[in-house]
Design a protein around this ligand. Structure first.
Ligand code: SF4
Ligand code: SF4
Length: 596
């Protein structure tokens, strides 16, 4: 059958085609639709398979890996920064291996579109000594997901599939051969020497075994992927070695410009059969390597011939590949006379549109009240989630990685004792990585305020359910279990009660000699199950508005805008009727209800 699919949807189909009947994931752009699609498909087709959103990527890895130990075919999904969290399990599982096929899907984000780093998951695979597959399109992602599961089962080694943003969110007509889904029955077979291998001798034995597997997989890489292509090369002057999306761009640039070059696609950048490539690489006068994001292939083959790439400064070193960037490199190397993709730049000045919390979002009211109570002197460590956008209200001072708001607050509390510390974290991030540093805070008496903004969903990545919603896990009880009785606010959509709450939090903090935790029960405005908007729309009484700018600067609802008179007005198309601005915001009471 043929289907128009996102790359992430194609991967989910590939998993089912390969007989994966167990999947766990933690949401993160650009990977989230993989598990969502897998869940949807097993429900629609009534397949005997299991899927879960796990508490974090390490948990997802371990849950799925256990299934692969029992002989089931399994997969785990995450974005690349999540692989940092899962890496402890990954490094060790590479040695131990698996019985059923086990695919790790780590989606990369070249260009920092929705991530704090541009890290290349393929390096993690090389570091862990496991194979990595690098798809160039949704169809290719389907194919390599299947290859990855089979390869993993054949060699009893975890395999990493690394789609990038443009593969995950690109759409293509994908061909899916007919298949019959067969789930496997899992059965744990005791093998203490393998599953519970300890240092030194059992692990050393596994280390040698891992090296043997890698040599065999490298040979498989040559025979299956590279040799059939090498045999068809035409002997042009230029050889382009490419993997992932750059491969797709290279093909289109060659077609658009008529440039003649041989192209070698690398499906598996590690382990690469470097010695086997020596003859072909050295036979070309120039070899150019295009890959995202770091120079993994180039580093391995650079000594084999006249190899140009990121390391030689001939190919972009940062940011994603584009037609324009590929053509720019080929022009610089003298293979293209001009770059046909450089168009006329739009030179009109566009109005700045900073990313912003949605109209009606309770986070905005919480940040506003926090800032009014704790002022500019306080330090505001924050975390990964929609609420990072509290930086527009100057209520976010640091963003490092998942859960770091709490860990940094611990450190600030001992290293800058002059300032109050008010950390913010969302519910999902708190459950993901915020609990160990809170325990540290209790144990070591770190004095700060932690505000848990609890909307019971992973809002930023598309409203995936959290443990609270799936299994009634209670954040206040967890906090209490860590040793702190939390203060709780049920957000009622008014600045007044949010301010009163934070004044109470401040009083508690002034008397505390350890962490103070405030849990604010909120909602996401897109969450149909919980959203509570009173339908009170706003407008600005132009006679009262002085143009002081307080509302835009400190609160910043996207519905507010300046008019030509230098006053603020409400854009009725953006106002969702939350009613928050109607009291306690404007010092001149200029916001009034717009009875539509
Ligand atoms: S805070 Fe009030 S007076 Fe100041 S700009 Fe906004 S609406 Fe106008
Ligand atoms: S009522 Fe006020 S704060 Fe709420 S969405 Fe409308 S303009 Fe924004």
């Amino acid at each position: 059958m043929k289907k128009t699919l996102l790359g992430n949807e194609a991967i989910a189909w590939g998993l089912l085609y390969a007989g994966v009947d167990f999947m766990a994931a933690y949401p993160g752009t650009p990977s989230s639709e993989i598990l969502e699609t897998y869940q949807k498909l097993i429900k629609q087709m009534n397949l005997p398979a299991y899927a879960e959103w796990s508490t974090n990527e390490k948990v997802a890895y371990e849950v799925a890996y256990a299934a692969a130990i029992t002989g089931k075919r399994a997969a785990c999904g995450m974005k690349m920064v999540g692989l940092n969290v899962a890496s402890d399990a990954m490094m060790s599982s590479a040695y131990i291996g698996n019985r059923g096929g086990f695919l790790i899907i780590s989606a990369d984000d070249p260009g920092f579109y929705s991530s704090q780093t541009e890290q290349d998951s393929r390096y993690f695979a090389k570091f862990a000594r496991i194979p990595a597959l690098d798809p160039s399109s949704p169809q290719d992602a389907f194919r390599l997901a299947v290859v990855g599961v089979n390869l993993s089962e054949k060699f009893e080694i975890p395999v990493l599939l690394r789609p990038v943003l443009r593969v995950c969110h690109g759409r293509q007509i994908v061909e899916i051969p007919d298949f019959e889904f067969k789930a496997k029955k899992g059965s744990f077979e005791r093998d203490i020497e393998r599953w519970a291998a300890v240092p030194r001798n059992p692990r050393l034995k596994q280390g040698y075994e891992l090296l043997r597997k890698l040599r065999e997989i490298s040979e498989f890489n040559y025979e299956e992927f590279l040799k059939p292509q090498i045999e068809k090369l035409k002997g042009e002057e230029l050889l382009i070695v490419a993997s992932g999306t750059p491969y797709a761009y290279v093909l289109e640039v060659l077609e658009d410009t008529g440039l003649k070059a041989d192209v070698l696609k690398v499906d598996m950048p590690t382990p690469l059969p470097v010695d086997r490539l020596k003859e072909v690489i050295s036979s070309y006068s120039t070899v150019v390597v295009f890959e995202e994001t770091y120079p993994l292939i180039e580093e391995q083959i650079k000594h084999l011939g006249n190899v140009k790439g990121k390391l030689t400064g001939d190919v972009f070193e940062i940011d994603e590949a584009t037609h324009e960037r590929v053509a720019e490199s080929l022009q610089k190397l003298g293979y293209l006379k001009k770059n046909v993709y450089v168009g006329k730049k739009y030179d009109k000045e566009l109005p700045p549109r900073a990313p912003s919390l949605c109209p009606g979002c309770p986070h905005r009211t919480v940040f506003y009240a926090m800032k009014r109570v704790f002022g500019n002197k306080a330090i505001y460590p924050s975390d990964i989630g929609c609420y990072t956008l509290g930086l527009n209200q100057k209520a976010v001072d640091t963003v490092l990685c998942m859960g770091a708001s709490v860990g940094l607050a611990c450190g600030f509390s001992k290293s800058d004792t002059e300032k109050p510390i008010v950390a913010t974290v969302g519910d999902s991030t708190f459950l993901h990585a915020g609990i160990p540093p809170l325990i540290d805070a209790v144990a070591n008496k770190h004095r700060f305020i932690l505000v848990i903004m609890d909307n019971s969903t992973v809002a930023m990545t598309g409203l995936q359910p959290t443990p609270e919603r799936i299994g009634n896990v209670s954040i206040p009880k967890i906090v209490e279990g860590c040793g702190v009785k939390p203060l709780i606010l049920n957000y009622d959509g008014t600045i007044k009660s949010t301010l009163e709450f934070f004044r109470k939090v401040k009083e508690t903090y002034e008397k505390a000699n350890g962490p103070v935790v405030a849990v604010v029960n909120e909602f996401c405005t897109f969450d149909k199950e919980r959203v509570k908007l009173p339908g009170k729309f706003a407008k600005v009484d132009q006679d009262k508005c002085t143009g002081c700018g307080h509302c835009i600067r400190e609160f910043g609802c996207p519905a507010f805008r300046w008019n030509e008179e230098g006053k603020v007005e409400v854009d009725p198309y953006f106002c969702v009727g939350c009613g928050v601005c109607l009291s306690d915001l404007c010092p001149f009471d200029a916001f009034v209800e717009d009875k539509r």
